[in-house]
Design a protein around this ligand. Structure first.
Ligand code: LLP
Length: 424
């Protein structure tokens, strides 16, 4: 459930008409609902209430500091994958002991930064990384809590670009080699084993792959404990999918996911961490756009929007579906017609939908891309020299710009013409 509903004939974000935001900020713009973000975070928190746990929001999904502040103040931990994300979480007031540092290629500089600032744990992804972290921690005179991300070789049954738990993927250490790796950690200075980490992919709509992976983690917990390691924390990753099309069968909800976790690892007495991103932010945000032209084509009409692939890359990159709705509520029984919905960028891939049935649309009509809160604004670029898309947060009847649209001057003045080019 989200808080984007039609009221008085017009789509609202909580109590704010989207027309008001479009008029004040312009389009395209991302709009987030605070009530929806908090609701989704709390669903996970409640789903794990049967035992000690921490819901670490995957910052990569939507990393605006205002969103991190909202979730952090509600008690969320954070899962970060770079120094930039770590700094964002800290800037939002999240204490280091609630921040988990994940990621395949942590650099020495990043390690030093988070060790100095404080971190709950570092999830190791490879042996070279483990050895480097040991050296860095020992040099800094600290002992860092670590887990090893194991690759359980489970098919997540999701899009190939976002599946991470097969042996051919670059992520983690093969689960069969985990005991050796944990044994080496014990011999290295500066590292203290606290648990195991696993993450098998994103937009999972079936609980079975989670169950298989968690069962393997439970078995490994037993084996590692028998080897003398203190496994007290299990980081079970993120990945629970969301309904992108209202017409689809809804994927399992956090409560059902929490029940699977309890069944598979609940008996181990470990603190459970999870790292959901998409389910918290996805349906808590939409991308608001305006129609520039309606162009008649050969056998089809094109809706040319002022949002483009640089603002929302998911359709171009993953062939992803986003529901696109008019901000003006269509009257009951309104006839629809098929449109190809595209952006102004000079690539055929800048297509959001083909033959999408929509009510008749005219220039300047506002439309909203639903389910765009996760992996939307964070993946935006300035391709075609289109200024970075702004973001707005709504809470009740309040709203604020949380990332302004840069001016063209700002965009151009970030760059520099070298002396030797400007001299002549
Ligand atoms: N933990 C780790 C280690 C991850 O790699 C990810 C996502 C998450 C947690 C959060 O997963 P979530 O709960 O959001 O599914 N850009 C793609 C999605 C990439 C996901 C990358 N990793 C998309 O737009 O679909």
């Amino acid at each position: 459930m989200d808080h984007f509903l039609y009221r008085d004939g017009s789509l609202h974000a909580e109590d704010v008409p989207l027309t008001e935001i479009a008029a004040a900020v312009g389009t395209p713009v991302y709009v987030y609902s605070a009530a929806t973000l908090l609701r989704h975070y709390r669903l996970f928190d409640e789903a794990l209430a049967w035992g000690p746990h921490l819901v670490c929001y995957a910052v990569k999904a939507a990393s605006n500091v205002a969103i991190l502040k909202l979730l952090g103040d509600a008690g969320a931990g954070m899962d970060v994958v770079s120094e930039g994300e770590y700094r964002r979480a800290r800037a939002a007031g999240v204490p280091g002991d609630r921040i988990v540092f994940s990621g395949v290629g942590k650099t020495e500089g990043e390690m030093r930064h988070v060790l100095a600032g404080g971190v709950r744990q570092i999830n190791l992804e490879s042996e070279p990384e483990m050895r480097l972290l040991s050296r860095v921690a020992a040099e800094m005179g600290v002992e860092v809590p670590v887990t090893v991300r194991v690759n359980p070789d489970v098919d997540a049954k999701t899009h190939e670009k976002i599946a991470t738990g097969r042996s051919e993927n670059k992520f983690g250490i093969p689960i069969a080699r985990a005991r050796e790796v944990y044994a080496e950690i014990d011999r290295l200075p500066g590292l203290r084993v606290v648990g195991i980490d696993v993450h098998i992919g994103s937009q999972l709509t079936d609980l079975d792959p989670f169950r298989q992976a968690y069962r393997k983690v439970a078995q490994l917990t037993g084996a590692l404990r028998a080897d003398g390691h203190a496994i007290e924390r299990l980081d079970l990753g993120g990945g629970l999918g969301i309904p992108y099309a209202r017409s689809n069968l809804a994927p399992p909800v956090p409560q059902e996911y929490g029940a699977v976790i309890r069944e598979e690892v609940g008996h181990l007495g470990c603190e459970v961490e999870i790292e959901p991103g998409r389910l918290i932010a996805g349906n808590a945000g939409l991308l608001l756009a305006s129609t520039i032209y309606v162009k008649e084509g050969e056998g089809r009409d094109f809706l040319i929007l002022d949002a483009a692939m640089n603002d929302l890359i998911r359709p171009a990159m993953y062939g992803a579906h986003h529901d696109i709705v008019t901000v003006a509520e269509p009257a009951a029984g309104t006839e629809t017609r098929p449109y190809d919905i595209v952006g102004p960028v000079c690539e055929t891939g800048d297509t959001f939908a083909k033959a999408r049935e929509m009510p008749q649309i005219k220039a300047r009509d506002l439309v909203a891309f639903r389910s765009a809160g996760a992996y939307g604004a964070v993946m935006a670029s300035e391709y075609n020299a289109r200024p970075l898309v702004p973001e707005v947060l709504v809470q009740g009847s309040d709203w604020a710009v949380i990332r302004p649209r840069p001016s063209y001057e700002e965009m151009i003045l970030r760059e520099a013409i070298p002396q030797w080019l400007s001299a002549g």
